[in-house]
Design a binder for this molecule. Structure first.
Ligand code: FAD
Length: 531
């Protein structure tokens, strides 16, 4: 039995694995994909930190993060994250991350949206990729066991240890892994908004749903961040660094209708309104020094050329807002422990109360590393070897997989997933109200009833992507139901959650909303913002 099983291979998982190895824990990574296929590798803008030589202050980082959270975050968790930022940047540099530098050798920094000061360290606009490559290389050097093509099916809390089941994608066998502790690092769920998300298609909260089914509490699912500047046709992100460098937003009449450096929620709402009125919205960077753009935003220039068919150095970029980040997720305490003792969650899949109702650009990468270390410190200190002999708990999952192969393919679930993505964007997205949410809930439940007619056409037993996509669609439906219930319950507007029928914030709802399952039934309620 392992000391620690880490599920996922993004930057939070790999950092946790490296810290765990340093702490002497017997650790292994199980993940659906390799690190370079995670959400982490997509990060462009950078990672926030004060610098010993910079003009920015720790206090302003804390204050900006608190303000952006709209009172839904825990000040002591924010303070912890911001205070540990410099150490985190040094650690990353030691692991080999090549941050962009000035001529005098100091790290370059840029201003991201909602920030009152320049504070994001970056590696051109490949920040996430450079970080994950360095972490991945370090894990290989440390000989850390990394098992890829492993899709998490279920979590089974046991007496004194934890078990998880995975579908081995190569063989379609159900395998079981047992450990004294488990860390979930399975990423966010913004891709439930299919067709309207900056995320990889498979980031649909499968880890959070496995937790929910195991009786673990989730929280604040209604807080989904929409990024204002994504390519009109593909929803690919054009990062805030473009606006930080002086990019402007206007409509087809060249009317500027919003301050480009406001927080993401506010800009997204203004752009959405323009589009609803039939206007086209553009991000214009043509006036910025071209040499500067090619040096600092090479990826974004390429993405606009490839996926929108325009040259952003010469033409404005057509944009729309898209779902980008999930602030809500698996409810955790200050040590990142979930409501199930021995099961932890870190990174975007967790709600550690450092972002609240609206994440500040550059704070996610920072959270991944600082809070991964916090979790490992707690786990290493409290670790106890389990003397139990694990029992085989795979039967239910094996039967579920077998039943999927037998389901009729009367309804195409890919079409339903596209419909669901569009419906969530329009009815449970940037704007929502009781009517749109109730309609959405009815349609989701209808799709859940029809799921047994949405089988898989591909019956092969090796690398069956049709099967994995079915499992992800089933998870998406379950999560959409929970998000919509939470959005209906929160009868106020706050940060990224905007209710047209309740446009003001209300003290009554200055609370964390918990959602959990008991015997298959969903329950929810509000509690004081913790941990
Ligand atoms: C386009 C883009 C740009 C961004 N830019 C920035 C930025 O500049 N600064 C910033 O701070 N943040 C940025 N973010 C946010 C940040 O990148 C993410 O929040 C962060 O990287 C998430 O890391 P993670 O380790 O939690 O999850 P991920 O990196 O998404 O990793 C999740 C892992 O879990 C695995 N997994 C998922 N489901 C299962 C399952 N069922 N079974 C097994 N494994 C599973 C996945 O395969 C993956 O390996 C950006 C995000 C995007 C999409």
């Amino acid at each position: 039995m392992l000391d620690l099983l880490i599920i996922g291979s993004g930057s939070s998982a790999l950092s946790a694995a490296l810290f765990a190895k340093e702490s002497g824990l017997d650790v292994a990574i199980y993940s659906k994909t390799k690190g370079v296929e995670s959400g982490s590798c997509m990060a462009q803008g950078g990672i926030n930190s004060t610098m010993p030589y910079g003009t920015n202050t720790l206090q302003s980082h804390i204050e900006d993060t608190l303000r952006s959270s709209c009172e839904m975050a825990n000040p002591s968790m924010i303070e912890y994250m911001c205070k540990n930022a410099q150490e985190c940047i040094e650690w990353l540099q030691n692991k080999g991350v090549a941050f962009s530098k000035e001529d005098d050798g100091k790290l370059s920094q840029r201003k991201l949206g909602g920030a009152s000061e320049v504070r994001a360290c970056y590696a051109q606009d490949y920040s996430g990729l450079k970080i994950i490559q360095a972490l991945n290389d370090s894990c290989i050097k440390e000989d850390l066991p990394m098992h890829h093509d492993m899709f998490l099916l279920s979590l089974y809390p046991q007496d004194g240890y934890q078990s998880a089941t995975f579908l081995d994608i190569n063989t379609t066998e159900v395998i079981q892994v047992d450990a004294a502790s488990i860390i979930l690092a399975t990423g966010g769920y913004a891709s439930i908004y299919k067709g309207y998300s900056t995320n990889r298609d498979d980031l649909v909260g499968s880890g959070a749903i496995a937790a929910l089914r195991a009786g673990i509490r989730l929280s604040d699912l209604e807080f989904v961040q929409f990024h204002p500047t994504t390519l009109l046709q593909s929803s690919i992100l054009i990062s805030e660094s473009a606006r930080g460098a002086g990019g402007i937003i206007y409509n087809q009449n060249k009317e500027r209708f919003v301050d480009e450096l406001l927080t993401r929620d506010k800009i997204s709402r203004e752009i959405y309104k323009q589009i609803e009125q039939g206007n086209q919205v553009y991000l214009d960077i043509t006036h910025i020094d071209h040499e500067f753009l090619e040096e600092n935003l090479p990826q974004e220039i390429k993405l606009a050329r490839t996926y929108e068919g325009i040259n952003p150095l010469l033409e404005p970029i057509p944009i729309k807002p898209s779902a980008h980040y999930s602030m809500g997720g698996i409810e955790v305490d200050k040590d990142m422990q979930t409501s199930q003792k021995g099961i932890f969650a870190i990174g975007e899949c967790a709600n550690a109360k450092v972002h609240g109702a609206n994440r500040l650009g550059g704070n996610s990468l920072l959270e991944l590393i600082t809070l991964a270390k916090k979790a490992i410190t707690y786990i290493a200190k409290n670790h106890q070897k389990s003397s139990q002999s694990p029992k085989d708990i795979r039967l239910e999952d094996k039967e579920y997989i077998r039943s999927i192969y037998k389901m009729p393919c009367k309804i195409n679930f890919y079409e339903k997933r596209a419909m669901l993505g569009e419906m969530m964007y329009k009815n449970c997205g940037i704007f929502k109200d009781a009517n749109s949410l109730k309609t959405t809930l009815t349609q989701i439940r209808q799709m859940q009833n029809e799921l047994r007619f949405m089988g898989i056409g591909d019956k092969s037993k090796s690398y069956n992507t049709n099967l994995i996509e079915f499992l992800e669609f089933a998870n998406t439906l379950e999560l959409c139901e929970a998000i919509t219930i939470n959005a209906l319950n929160r009868k106020e507007s706050r940060g990224a959650h905007f209710r047209e029928d309740f446009p003001q914030s209300s003290d009554e709802y200055k609370k964390t909303q918990i959602i959990w399952k008991d015997d298959g039934a969903i329950h929810s309620g509000f509690v004081k913002v913790g941990p």
